[in-house]
Design a protein around this ligand. Structure first.
Ligand code: RNT
Ligand code: ZN
Length: 412
């Protein structure tokens, strides 16, 4: 199928494929650094990430240094059409010194900013509230011990400063996403006290004002984690209210709800009360397992809601998955491209016709349109988008992903 005939097939449905390709070219995806090394980071400590999150598998080739991670990222971005962002976690500092979390400063991340500037990549940031002795109780900002809370408040305060500086240097607002693992393994008796402590800590942490053109805060909710099955302090209701009251972004992670909940459905609901949304696009399997995203119905629904609810301008699309059983670079490339493919499919739908069928209560027409549309040659439009952006597809992509994976397999 040539692009010209695909273009004609979509035109038959009143859809302009060139316009869809142009639109897709302008949508940056914030790729997460932590898929590259199994959420380990570059601090001197060793051990598991903790906080109820876990990468499993031991595929060879894990990046062990910032230089290795940047090489892997350069390769991955080269296989992903368009210009994108990198979502960096504080524990990925690049420095010869050994600052504790409450001592981090911009200089510890300066090499990342230089690299991002040279590569034309925007940066987003996350304070790291896990994988640390002071988070071993799975309590940080809501810990009953004031000293521990203050330690994490200082970490979060410094993270915001670093994020603001990153945004200023790169002239692109850096989203600073706050996720804390805080919760209880067994049924707590004073949920209110824990939530009040979390709220007060967040308020203190966020009390300094930064230019919104440089940095924007986001808060990420969660239903449960391994080891915190009974109660998560920063639940969805907690952060939805917090984000509305304080004007932060709300981060919706697709793995942070009950497995049968439809996270795409939440977008239009929360968007009525929020200015901006952050997504952690992920694929939970039975729990918050953070599998690589596939082009499945969940991702497709998410993309369709972003397009049909006109939320692309006020949603930051970030990814959050980590799989160490397969090539880490292939995981990045396929997961990110799947998000783009889902967006492209949504952009190629006969949106106006579908909406007017629904408004006219013609549910038959709506179903005919959605189902017949599935047979259209989306793949040829995707191939054209890749070709215009010098990105490989199909067998050529596979060969390149395999080649790179083999080239890093010797890492110890
Ligand atoms: C954990 C959250 C969080 C982390 C990253 C590493 O459940 O999803 O976003 O995955 O901060
Ligand atoms: Zn997440």
């Amino acid at each position: 199928m040539t692009y010209a005939s695909a273009k004609a097939a979509f035109a038959d449905w009143g859809v302009d494929t060139d316009a869809a390709i142009d639109r897709l070219s302008g949508i940056p995806i914030s790729m997460h650094c932590w898929q590259g090394d199994d959420v380990v980071g570059f601090e001197t400590r060793t051990g598991a990430s903790g906080g109820g999150i876990q990468a499993t598998g031991n595929h060879p080739g894990r990046a062990r240094t910032p230089d290795e991670l940047r090489a892997d990222l350069d390769f991955a971005y080269g296989q992903i059409p368009g210009r994108h962002r990198l979502n960096l976690h504080a524990m990925y500092m690049d420095t010869d010194t050994t600052p504790d979390r409450d001592e981090i400063e911009f200089s510890h991340f300066a090499p990342w900013v230089d690299w991002a500037r040279d590569s034309g990549i925007g940066l987003d940031f996350n304070p790291t509230f896990f994988a640390h002795a002071k988070a071993d109780d799975n309590l940080t900002l809501s810990h009953p011990d004031r000293g521990i809370r203050d330690f994490w408040i200082e970490h979060g305060r410094r993270s915001r400063e670093i994020a603001a500086r990153m945004g200023a240097e790169l002239r692109s607002a850096c989203v600073n996403n706050i996720w804390v693992p805080d919760g209880f393994k067994d049924v707590p008796v004073d949920r209110m006290a824990a939530r009040q402590r979390l709220e007060t800590s967040l308020d203190t942490m966020l009390s300094e004002t930064h230019d919104a053109g440089h940095m924007r805060d986001a808060v990420e909710s969660k239903l449960f984690g391994i080891g915190v099955e009974a109660c998560t302090v920063g639940s969805h209701e907690f952060y939805l209210g917090y984000a509305i009251r304080r004007g932060t972004l709300l981060c919706l992670d697709m793995g942070h709800f009950h497995p049968t909940e439809n996270v795409a459905d939440k977008l239009s609901a929360v968007a009525l009360s929020l200015e901006e949304i952050l997504l952690h696009v992920s694929r939970p399997m039975r729990w918050d397992s953070d599998h690589v995203i596939l082009l499945n119905d969940d991702i497709q629904s998410m993309a369709q809601e972003l397009v049909f609810s006109d939320l692309l301008e006020r949603t930051r699309i970030g990814l959050d998955f980590f799989d160490a059983t397969i090539s880490r670079t292939a995981a990045w490339v396929l997961g990110t491209r799947n998000m783009q493919k889902a967006l492209l499919r949504a952009l190629l739908m006969p949106q106006a016709e579908l909406k007017s069928a629904e408004a006219a209560m013609d549910n038959t027409a709506r179903m005919i349109l959605t189902e017949e549309h599935k047979d259209l040659p989306h793949g040829a439009v995707w191939a054209e988008f890749c070709a215009r952006n010098d990105a490989l597809t199909g067998r050529h992509l596979k060969a390149e992903l395999d080649r790179y994976d083999a080239s890093v397999a010797g890492r110890g």
